[in-house]
Design a protein around this ligand. Structure first.
Ligand code: DO4
Ligand code: MG
Length: 285
């Protein structure tokens, strides 16, 4: 089951239940005006099933503006969770190579702050590459939607935009490489009710388009993530509170070749088989 945030024709923010590729049901008529109460319920999928779909207005997806599926949650990200990511980071950095090697094997994962909710980029809106970076890439990642009790209640698609040259120069520059204007996109909606065993069978696909031609394509599987989802969420919630819940990106397993860097006007398309597609053009910030 898929739920989204959207703006209607009157520019009002609403919650939608996406029923097929072309339409959603407006949940306002069922008294649902925010995602948070649904995500905080014991079982959001079961709560949705109790709603009478026939009583809800049906709206074409082409008539709405999708918003990032995040309200008051901080967005965090795990790193070096795929073998491919560890290898790539070690190649980009002579200086800090052993740090990646160690964190891949260590009990404690790498987790870093990624974005305030109000800064998250919506589907279709531009993601940013830094004007002071030479080597910029998208990182297509499965994102866990976690409620305030630390329970994983849904999944969405995340793009952890990154400046590889800045990170590679010195690991202490990680916050600048990872957290800047337009560096995090989420969407197009949240899938609820999928157990981890099923989510691990999903594929993640990345395409980057430039001047009408495909400049890069790559694929991985969620099953390649080395750590369990509850393990990652558990570390995020250690000695920390998230009164509105949190979003946790789970790391990237697709890394374009070293010769590739994003450019303005590229289009980044991330598809996760069980969720949908997140598309964003690129701008320099
Ligand atoms: O250690 C740097 C960041 C790693 C990351 O973002 C990833 O593996 O996805
Ligand atoms: Mg990442």
């Amino acid at each position: 089951m898929k739920i989204c945030r959207f703006k209607d024709k009157q520019n009002e923010i609403r919650i939608g239940w996406v029923t097929d590729d072309s339409a959603l049901l407006d949940l306002t008529a069922a008294g649902i005006k925010q995602l948070e109460p649904l995500l905080e319920s014991e079982d959001p999928g079961a709560a949705l099933k109790q709603i009478n779909q026939d009583a809800l207005p049906r709206v074409a997806l082409s008539e709405v503006k999708l918003l990032p599926p995040v309200e008051h949650q901080e967005v965090w990200a795990a790193g070096v969770t795929y073998l491919r990511s560890k290898t790539a980071r070690m190649e980009e950095s002579n200086f800090s190579a052993s740090a990646y090697d160690r964190v891949y094997e260590a009990e404690r994962p790498e987790i870093f702050f990624k974005s305030l909710p109000e800064k998250v980029v919506a589907p279709g809106e531009p993601v940013g590459i830094r004007s002071d970076a030479r080597w910029s890439v998208p990182e297509p990642e499965l994102a866990l939607i976690i409620n305030s009790r630390g329970q994983i209640v849904g999944h969405t698609i995340g793009n952890d935009m990154s400046s590889r040259d800045i990170e590679g120069e010195n690991l202490l520059y990680l916050p600048q490489a990872k957290t800047y204007h337009r560096s995090c996109a989420l969407g197009p909606w949240i899938t609820v009710g999928t157990p981890e065993t099923m989510a691990r069978e999903w594929n993640i696909h990345l395409e980057i388009w430039r001047n009408g031609a495909r400049a890069f394509a790559g694929e991985t599987s969620v099953g390649q993530i080395k750590r369990g989802f509850d393990e990652l969420a558990g570390f995020l919630f250690r000695c920390q509170v998230f009164p509105h819940g949190a979003v946790l990106l789970t790391g990237t397993g697709i890394v374009p070749p070293e010769s590739f860097t994003l450019a303005a006007q590229d289009e980044v398309i991330i598809t996760i088989s069980g969720i949908g597609r997140l598309k964003n053009p690129v701008v320099v910030v």
